[in-house]
Design a protein around this ligand. Sequence first.
Ligand SMILES: [Fe+2]
Ligand SMILES: [Fe+2]
Length: 113
Amino acid sequence: MEVSNNIFYKCASKKTPELDGQKLFKILAKVEAEHAACWKKILKMDKIEFPKYDKCAPEFNQNLEESHSREDRAIKFYGQAAAEAKNERVKEIFQAFVEVETDHLHLSEARLK
Ligand SMILES: [Fe+2]
Ligand SMILES: [Fe+2]
């Protein structure tokens, strides 16, 4: 999920014509790459693949819509994981992700108004 969001934001930062959008998606791509790296460490994975992706829209608003639904999905996923986690520390990690992804959701929400 974090990898998929990273490659979407990379694509969106390239295709969105507005500079504000390019900057926004670039920052989000960076944060999602950090999330992927974080899970790589926690799960002790060797390496992560970031496939090429160019299926994002050539338009700011459509990419904001997609950002919104992706962040919504991330919040639900981590929220569910936090609710099911038996270990307190693990629960805290998932909860921290819910908070960051909620901030991301607000970024598209503020611009979609
Ligand atoms: Fe994320
Ligand atoms: Fe996010």
